[in-house]
Design a binder for this molecule. Structure first.
Ligand SMILES: Cc1cc2nc3c(=O)[nH]c(=O)nc-3n(C[C@H](O)[C@H](O)[C@H](O)COP(=O)(O)OP(=O)(O)OC[C@H]3O[C@@H](n4cnc5c(N)ncnc54)[C@H](O)[C@@H]3O)c2cc1C
Length: 415
C-alpha cells in the first residue's frame, strides 16, 4: 500500500512545497474523506477537490485491522478503499503524509506541516479520532519513550506493529473489553497466546450492547480460553529494560505480559476545529446535514457529534456512519436536499461470531431473544410497544439483512 506514497498523477506526496487552490479541501483521508470526495463527484460537483491526509497511505478500511489483517489473511494493498487510478478517474487530488496544521475558514486558507498553503471555497473536516491514552504509572521509560510492548490500535501502522509483535507474544493482556479489545483478544488467542482481558466496568461492550449480549460474549470468550476480569482497575505497568513485563491491578493482583493492547476508547479529533473557532463538545458539532457552526465548513465521521432536531446528541463510530455523514456533507456543499436517512448499523467479528446491529436502541426498550444462545446463533429484538426500534443478531446474517430492510422501510415512512 505504501506504493501510494509519492505516486504520480492525482496523488502527491508530502514535501513538495507551494500554494494550492481548490474548490473543496477535505482534511482527513480516511473513510469519510474518501466517500465525501466520491459523493461530490457523483453529485456533479465540478470544481477541484483536494483530499489531504497525514498518514502516508491512501484512504483504507480500518475494520480488518483487528480482524483479517491481524490474522495475516489480508495484505495492506487489499485494504485500500479505492486505488490510485480511481481518484484519477474522478479527478480528485490526494495529498498524503502531510498533516494540515491550521485552517482559517473565514479567510478560506489552510496550512500544512510541510509548508503548503491551500486556498479553498469549502472545507470538510473528516479527521477521525485518536485512541484514548491510558494514564497509569509505568507507561513510559525514564527517558520518556513508551515502554515497548504496549500498543494501541487505530492505524495501519499500529496494526503492522501489533501483527509483528503478536507472532512472538506468549502472554497478552488486553486493557478494555470493547469491540476493538475483544476482536484483538480473539485474534491473539487464535495466534496461540495466553490472553487476559481486563475491563473496569461490570460487563463487556457495555456502552453498545444490552446485558444479555455482554453475558453471552463473556461466556463465548471464556469458552475459547480467554480469561476475562470484569470490574477490575489498573494501578500500573511493569517493565524491564524498557520492555513490558506485566500489568499491576488495582486489587493488588499482577498479570505477566509481553504484549499489552490498550483499547479504552476513542477521542474525537477536534483540535483543528477548535483552533478555527468551530463549536465542539465531545466532537465537532454538526447537524443532520453535516453542517458545522461555520457556513463554509462541513464535518463527517468519527470526529463529529450530531446535534439532532429530534433527540439528544449522538456519536457513532462506524463505517456506516462515516459514509452516510459524508454523503450528507456532499449534499450540503452541493446545495441539495439531505439524502434519505439511513438506519445506523454496525458489525463486529470475534472468533467465528459475527455480531450485527441495526437501528436506534433506547434504554427503555423491551427486549426479546429469539434462537438459542447455546448454539451461538440468535436474534435480539428491541421494541417500544409493538414497534421494533433495533435488532442485534449473532451468526444470523439473513435475519440481520431482513431487519435492516424492515427498519429502513419504516424510517422511510417517517421522512
Ligand atoms: C481496529 C478497528 C476496527 C474497527 N472495526 C469496525 C467494524 O467492525 N465495523 C465498523 O462499522 N467500524 C469499525 N471501526 C470504526 C471505523 O473504522 C471508523 O468509524 C471509521 O474509519 C471512521 O471514519 P473517519 O473517516 O471518520 O475516520 P478515519 O477513517 O480514522 O480517517 C480520518 C483520517 O484523518 C487523518 N487526520 C487526522 N487529523 C489530520 C490532519 N490534521 N491533517 C490530515 N489528516 C488528518 C487521520 O490520520 C485519518 O487518516 C473500526 C476501527 C478500528 C480502528
Amino acid at each position: 500500500m505504501t506504493g501510494a506514497e509519492g505516486a504520480a498523477g492525482a496523488v502527491t506526496r508530502a514535501g513538495a512545497e507551494g500554494a494550492l487552490s481548490t474548490g473543496t479541501l477535505i482534511v482527513g483521508a480516511g473513510q469519510a474523506g474518501s466517500q465525501l470526495a466520491l459523493s461530490l463527484r457523483q453529485g456533479g460537483y465540478e470544481s477541484p477537490v483536494l483530499l489531504v491526509g497525514d498518514e502516508p497511505h491512501l484512504p483504507y478500511q480500518r475494520p480488518p485491522l483487528s480482524k483479517a489483517y491481524l490474522a495475516g489473511d489480508v495484505e495492506p494493498d487489499r485494504l485500500l478503499l479505492r486505488g490510485e487510478s480511481a481518484y484519477q478517474r474522478i479527478d480528485v487530488q490526494v495529498l498524503t503524509g502531510d498533516p494540515v496544521v491550521t485552517v482559517d475558514p473565514d479567510a478560506g486558507v489552510a496550512r500544512t506541516a510541510a509548508g503548503r498553503t491551500i486556498v479553498f471555497d469549502h472545507l470538510a473536516l473528516t479527521l477521525g479520532g485518536r485512541p484514548r491514552e491510558l494514564s497509569v504509572p509505568g507507561m513510559v521509560t525514564d527517558t520518556g519513550f513508551r515502554v515497548q510492548g504496549i500498543h494501541y490500535l487505530r492505524s495501519l501502522d499500529d496494526a503492522r506493529g501489533l501483527r509483528e509483535r503478536l507472532a512472538d507474544a506468549r502472554r497478552v493482556v488486553v486493557i478494555g473489553g470493547g469491540f476493538i479489545g475483544l476482536e484483538f483478544a480473539a485474534g491473539a488467542r487464535k495466534a496461540g497466546a495466553e490472553v487476559t482481558v481486563v475491563e473496569a466496568a461490570g460487563r463487556l461492550m457495555g456502552r453498545a450492547v444490552p446485558e444479555e449480549v455482554s453475558e453471552f460474549y463473556l461466556g463465548a470468550h471464556e469458552r475459547r480460553g480467554t480469561r476475562v476480569l470484569l470490574g477490575t482497575g489498573l494501578s500500573g505497568i511493569r517493565s524491564s529494560d524498557g520492555k513490558v513485563t506485566g500489568v499491576e491491578l488495582a486489587d493488588g493482583g499482577m498479570l505477566d505480559a509481553d504484549l499489552v493492547l490498550v483499547g479504552v476508547g476513542l477521542v474525537p479529533e477536534t483540535d483543528l476545529a477548535m483552533e478555527a473557532g468551530l463549536a465542539c463538545e465531545g466532537g465537532i458539532i454538526v447537524d443532520e446535514r453535516s453542517a458545522t457552526s461555520h457556513p463554509r465548513v462541513v464535518a463527517a465521521g468519527d470526529c463529529t457529534v450530531v446535534h439532532r432536531t429530534d433527540g439528544p446528541p449522538v456519536r457513532h463510530e462506524s463505517v456506516n456512519n462515516a459514509v452516510e455523514q459524508a454523503k450528507a456533507a456532499a449534499a450540503t456543499i452541493l446545495g441539495e436536499p439531505a439524502p434519505e436517512r439511513v438506519e445506523p448499523w454496525f458489525w463486529s467479528d470475534q472468533y467465528d461470531l459475527k455480531l450485527q446491529m441495526v437501528g436506534r436502541p433506547g434504554p427503555g426498550d423491551e427486549l426479546q431473544i429469539e434462537g438459542d444462545l447455546a448454539e451461538e446463533s440468535f436474534v435480539l429484538v428491541h421494541r417500544v410497544g409493538d414497534r421494533v426500534t433495533a435488532v442485534l443478531t449473532v451468526n444470523s446474517p439473513r435475519r440481520f439483512m431482513a431487519a435492516r430492510r424492515d427498519l429502513q422501510s419504516f424510517a422511510a415512512t417517517l421522512a
